[in-house]
Design a binder for this molecule. Structure first.
Ligand SMILES: [Mg+2]
Length: 171
């Protein structure tokens, strides 16, 4: 079932805090919050773009670190400071002329619930709250901020038979 859903995916949209990060936010002496990203999650976005799959970020916070990281990874769209994630999700789909069943969404908390309920392939992390874990298609084995996003991306690429070709490019 989840493989069948993953086969249709043409865009991967992710939350940041508690998905791309371990959920901690560092507060120091400067205005911008500190974030720590996993390099393998990052390279997952590079692999997605090589496979012709788009990517986007939807986050309720605003962070220059997130903007910088997304730019480095050539993530197609970054939508920050949004509590109404479903509205933004639908706008992204409209922009790329995609249907919800063609979108994978990865989120970890109640702000993500409405999007997870409509996304074609709904993914969460082991640290997500129970209500989230119960409504998704796939819970990653890897932890948030430690390769969970990469795991989901690999699952999609393998379901679409694109993984082996990507590995060949690097061997
Ligand atoms: Mg989150």
């Amino acid at each position: 079932m989840k493989t069948k859903k993953a086969k249709k995916i043409k865009i991967v949209i992710v939350d940041v805090d508690g998905v791309l990060t371990d959920g901690t936010i560092g507060y120091g002496n400067y205005n911008d919050d500190y974030r720590r990203f996993h390099v393998q999650d990052g390279f997952g976005f590079v692999l997605l773009s090589k496979a012709g799959i788009k990517s986007a970020i939807i986050t309720s916070k605003t962070s220059k670190a997130v903007q910088r990281r997304a730019k480095e990874l050539k993530i197609n769209m970054v939508c920050q400071k949004t509590d109404k994630k479903l509205i933004v999700f639908n706008k992204i789909l409209k922009k790329y002329k995609l249907k919800s069943e063609q979108a994978c969404y990865i989120g970890d908390d109640l702000l993500d619930l409405a999007v997870l309920n409509v996304a074609g392939f709904a993914v969460t992390v082991p640290q997500a709250c129970d209500d989230i874990q119960h409504c998704v298609d796939y819970v990653t084995a890897k932890d948030a901020g430690y390769g969970a996003v990469r795991e989901a991306i690999e699952f999609i690429l393998k379901a679409q038979n694109k993984w082996d070709d990507l590995v060949k490019k690097y061997s």
